[in-house]
Write a protein that binds this ligand. Structure first.
Ligand SMILES: Nc1ncnc2c1ncn2[C@@H]1O[C@H](COP(=O)(O)OP(=O)(O)OP(=O)(O)O)[C@@H](O)[C@H]1O
Ligand SMILES: [Mg+2]
Length: 318
């Protein structure tokens, strides 16, 4: 099968939400098998809601969602044994130690004791948790607890892994260890759905990405596809006294500490870099980052939403 997950016109309205407010408005996407699929978007965009529906913890209001060929409505049992999830808010069993929590999780998933033992040992090593293996989970720091949670899921044999902000609160070294474990998992032809607010992480790991905004997919594709869809795919940083008037009409210009940041099309960006170098101004030129794309696309979506809304009553009368 080429897609591990297929979502069509997915809609979710939480029971107690205000009328007409949907956490997922009309979300459709395909997650290819054996790849890392990144979900990015602002707080409240609907990422966790999608993860909860896809991992059969929450029923959709309407639309369809198939995981490994099975519907999340009616075929939950077929799905559950083949997936694993690191929820956004998670508390592994506090009274167990790190080694026990991983081992028992694997045993509960049906792995035989020898395999569970080997996988536990490997993952504790992979995520540098060996020195903490005998420590009760209740006595771990927040980041170590998160790592223990990641260890459980990344050591499993699940075919689809849902990782909802797995690296939030992790130090930079631990984050990279989780990245490596995610890459290893995807090399085993298993599928990973990853949500993250670290856009460098989303870009480094994801084969494809969906930018979710107000419960819909605003932009979808490989990182290269996304770059091809923005107005200005290049960024130029000028450090020095470049004449502001000569930047007019080149693209999108903003003042930064000691110079300018310019977003432009390739030809304009290269020409600007050449002229800056002639003037002896420090310049860097490169493709836009995922963060640039996010700020541009989501920023414009917020603007268009604001202008299409009817003007609100002023809070304070003049
Ligand atoms: N249990 C709930 N009951 C009612 N509304 C909810 C519930 N959980 C989430 N929501 C609402 O649904 C929308 C989507 O929330 P969701 O948690 O899916 O966003 P998210 O993209 O994961 O955000 P974040 O980046 O902050 O984790 C938000 O408006 C949120 O307030
Ligand atoms: Mg969330």
């Amino acid at each position: 099968m080429s897609n591990a997950i297929e979502a069509r016109h997915l809609r979710k309205v939480y029971p107690k939400s205000p009328p007409g407010v949907a956490a997922l408005a009309d979300l459709s996407l395909d997650v290819p098998t054996g790849r890392v699929y990144g979900l990015i978007g602002r707080n409240g965009a609907g990422k966790t809601t999608f993860v909860r529906i896809a991992s059969t913890q929450l029923a959709p209001t309407s639309g369809s969602l198939r995981v490994l060929g099975h519907s999340v409505e009616g075929e939950e049992r077929e799905i559950r044994s083949r997936i694993a999830c690191v929820p956004q808010e998670s508390r592994p069993l506090y009274f167990l130690n790190v080694e026990e929590v991983v081992y028992l999780y694997l045993k509960l998933r049906g792995l035989d004791p020898a395999d569970a033992k080997r996988r536990t040992r490997d993952v504790l090593e992979e995520l540098s948790l060996v020195e903490y293996r005998r420590r009760p989970v209740s006595r771990l720091s927040g980041g170590l607890r998160r790592r223990a949670m990641c260890a459980m899921v990344l050591a499993s044999d699940a075919e689809v892994l849902f990782l909802d902000e797995p690296t939030t609160g992790l130090d930079p070294i631990a984050r990279r260890e989780v990245w490596e474990a995610i890459r290893r998992t995807s090399r085993e032809n298993r599928t990973i759905v990853l949500t993250t607010h670290y856009l460098d992480e989303a870009e480094a790991l994801s084969t494809r990405l969906a930018l979710v905004e107000r419960g819909q997919v605003l932009l979808e594709g490989s990182p290269a596809d996304l770059r091809g869809r923005v107005r200005y795919p290049y960024r130029v940083v000028l450090q020095g006294a470049y004449p502001r008037e000569e930047l007019e009409g080149l693209g999108q210009v903003s003042a930064i500490e000691g110079g300018y940041l310019v977003f432009a099309r390739e030809a304009e960006a290269r020409e600007l870099a050449r002229r800056a170098l002639e003037r002896g101004i420090r310049v860097s030129l490169g493709p836009v980052s995922l963060e640039d794309i996010f700020l541009d696309v989501v920023g414009r979506s917020i603007e268009s939403e604001e202008t299409s809304e009817s003007p609100e009553e002023p809070e304070v009368e003049a």
